[in-house]
Design a protein around this ligand. Structure first.
Ligand SMILES: [Zn+2]
Length: 228
């Protein structure tokens, strides 16, 4: 099995009654691709059609395919061809199901939208709207996963508290933040393991002679006098 770093969400950028056979034929005959663009296509009824084994390299994002699994929902544009998040509840449920399944196999894989691979042209670390190469998958994956609190209900066992994507947000992070503040840090106690908490944790680890890896693992938790 290859190493998977990215679980990439796409839309087919077609109508919701788009036929999978037409997509396959477009790749093969119009683009001349040997391999499909996605591993999975999610029908509006939520059925995940597996087009390609996940250990094979698909064609979803040029330059990143070797380490990526591609999951696409049918839809993503309105009648005028403009981007729209028209995922059905069933498609959203299947996205969560597949993300959870693959995160169990590849815990370090990050979940991104196709457009998040656009170049950060002004170097501010955020891919802004004007920098998106294309709008696929027609929604912001990060905001969606935060909104549904994905990390809280679907994080695989063996929780690792660190600067993660999407950001980890739960009451345990608040405990970490409070413990850091008891040890002289001044982080906002907002339950979100963001950059500020990450930096405070690194400083704490350095001060205590621990490995400064930014991960609140067992040793760091012990030094902070908390249980994870
Ligand atoms: Zn795409």
């Amino acid at each position: 099995m290859r190493t998977i770093k990215y679980i990439v969400l796409h839309c087919t950028a077609g109508p919701q009654n788009q036929k999978i056979e037409d997509i396959l034929s477009y790749w093969k005959n119009s683009l001349g691709w040997k391999n499909p663009g996605y591993h999975y296509i999610l029908r509006p009824d939520g059925i995940a059609v597996n087009l390609f084994p996940i250990d094979k390299v698909a064609n979803g994002v040029a330059g990143f395919n070797k380490e990526a699994i591609h999951i696409s929902y049918i839809g993503g544009i309105d009648k005028k061809g403009q981007p729209i998040d028209n995922r059905t509840p069933e498609q959203k449920a299947t996205q969560i199901e597949l993300i959870t399944k693959f995160k169990k196999i590849f815990p370090n894989a990050v979940v991104l939208g196709h457009r998040d691979f656009s170049t950060d042209q002004n170097g501010n670390g955020i891919i802004e709207k004007w920098e998106w190469i294309k709008s696929c998958p027609s929604f912001d994956v990060r905001s969606w996963m935060e909104a549904i609190n994905y990390e809280k209900f679907a994080r695989p066992s063996g929780i690792v508290y660190k600067l993660n994507y999407p950001l980890i947000k739960d009451s345990k992070v608040l405990e970490i933040q409070k413990a850091l503040n008891r040890n002289g840090a001044k982080v906002t106690e907002d339950k979100i393991f963001g950059k500020e908490t990450h930096e405070a944790l690194l400083a704490f680890q350095k001060a205590k002679g621990l490995v400064p890896d930014g991960v609140a693992g067992p040793k760091t938790a012990k030094a902070l006098n908390i249980t994870l």
